[in-house]
Design a protein around this ligand. Sequence first.
Ligand code: SF4
Length: 444
Amino acid sequence: MTAISLGQRFAEITVPRYTSYPTAADFTDKVGAKEQATWLAQLDPAEPISVYLHVPYCRQLCHYCGCHAKAVRKDGPVEEYRQALEAEIALVAARLPGRMTVGRIAWGGGTPSILGEHGLKSVVEVLKDHFDFATDFEHSIELDPRMLDASLARALARLGVNRASLGVQDLHPMVQQAIGRVQPEQQVAQAVYDLREAGISRINFDLIYGLPNQTEEGLLATCRSVAALSPDRIAFYGYAHLPTRRANQRLIDESLLPDSHARMRLAETIATFFPGEGYEPIGIDHFAKPNDPLAVAGRSGGLHRNFQGYTDDGYRTLLGFGCSSISRLPSGYVQSVSGIEAYKELTMAGQLPALRGHEMAEDDDERGWIIERLMCDFEVNIESQSRKYVDEIALLRPLVQEGLVAVSGSHIRLSNRGRPFVRLVAATFDSYRQDDVGIFSPSV
Ligand code: SF4
């Protein structure tokens, strides 16, 4: 089988994106609020932590959205949610072994800025009531260019936000119409200008390939416009069309979606364009300017995976606040209830909103480390455990025969041609992998 036919075959196979190991799909209800409380109490108060704040609301839903987002017109539910978020912060902080230091804050959603300046400030103040903030910490937020103006940009800067991630997706008008998210190029450029004027100079863009009406030529034009705006980081993701699970995706005209071959060409369009503009490739789906901390981490072996993709955040503990958010603790993962109303009820009643999770065993830590290194570095040396993984290494043989993977003793390395298949190599080491899943997105 040639590499091309292997590629086409593997494009049909579904494997996780490995933003965690085990993946959230493998969490169970054996972990709940009791385990979370125990694990929180076991944290080392001297070790800094990261914080993720999830806001699930948007003013309207984009057709392609795969997030836990809910459209809301009125401000009342948003205000109630803010109160619930603040209640959860206090509930978690009360179970910690002492006052801890936050090294990072990341807001995601949804559209976190829907809280408004007052709401965002209120949550940050509650965090400050319970945690110390590191002096050089990164404070990032996901933003919708359609919801940003100069006044909000200045308010974010006053709050200490120093990195903004803009959902750009594709700038072609026909694609924007087909995905129900019309944001002309000028609007995106204005958002970038407002952020920089406010002093928020670190800017990330998200792009998506595999969207309806997308062509290589049109996507190339988007890439050129993006390069002209000069973001520090670019992440690009494949659109996962799962209309049976996401009602909003039923608004996408399936006849306009690219097939698996066209998807691969679109992914290649992005992957080959940005290195020519001076960006360094990071893992499977990110680019960064050479002086950006993500690129520096990529060169020095300090790259990591978390629920938002690639990061230079090396903290062992991530506290996730908000419905559906996931906390990563040294002892295991805990995910909150995804229902917004259930989340509000539990937190306002003084209960941790944990729904499920996973307690880490030694084997999980080992396999998680192998998978993370493969996803970040495209190579791993499993020296101390190579005997244990004889079967896994044998499974790689077809890829080795095609020159996509090289195995030398305990060292596994993907060739440049093999890099698009890294999720499959990683999946070889995943002891929870279920082959019958239609729940994961296409692997390329
Ligand atoms: S703005 Fe983002 S989170 Fe909200 S519906 Fe659109 S894609 Fe989903």
